[in-house]
Design a protein around this ligand. Structure first.
Ligand SMILES: [Zn+2]
Length: 163
């Protein structure tokens, strides 16, 4: 499994903007009236091309709020070191640590051609569908440029890169 990224660049973009603002609309395809309440889709952790991944067992319509990336507040030490596998920035100064059993979203792998994206609302992290996702498909979001440069450049195994 890929280490779950703490995409500060992605988080940073989301945090600079009010949901629904002009700026926000430039970054997100479904910014208006976006509901930050995950729908109860049936998801399952299964074997993936790299360890485990998160799959959907039913159709997820484009634009849906799929799941929340939940965690406990990161400790000051974790924030300073910024090195935990499941840390996720939720503001310029705060993070959550998603390494808890309840956080199913930690199984979502990176793809350069993802079917989901991250958005942050009031320091909570959510995953949205970028298109209709069919039953049996794996969920992916883009972990962001910073992470890609550090860990994936030249060796990304997503469907887009391994074609
Ligand atoms: Zn890739």
């Amino acid at each position: 499994m890929w280490p779950v990224y703490f995409p500060l660049d992605v988080a940073h973009n989301a945090l600079q903007m009010d949901a629904g603002s002009k700026e926000h609309q430039k970054w997100y395809r479904y910014p208006m009236n976006r509901s930050f309440v995950p729908e109860p889709f049936r998801l399952a952790v299964r074997r993936s091309f790299s360890g485990r991944g998160l799959f959907t067992q039913e159709c997820i319509p484009e634009g849906s709020c799929v799941i929340e990336y939940i965690g406990r507040p990161a400790t000051p030490k974790q924030i300073k070191e910024n090195s935990g596998k499941y840390l996720f920035w939720t503001s310029d100064t705060s993070m959550i640590d998603g390494n808890i059993p309840a956080n199913t979203a930690r199984f979502i792998n990176h793809s350069c051609a993802p079917n989901c994206e991250i958005d942050i609302c009031e320091r909570r992290v959510y995953i949205f569908a970028l298109r209709d996702i069919e039953p049996g498909e794996e969920l992916f979001y883009d972990y962001g440029e910073e992470y890609f440069e550090m860990h994936l450049a030249g060796k990304c195994r997503c469907a887009n890169c391994s074609r």
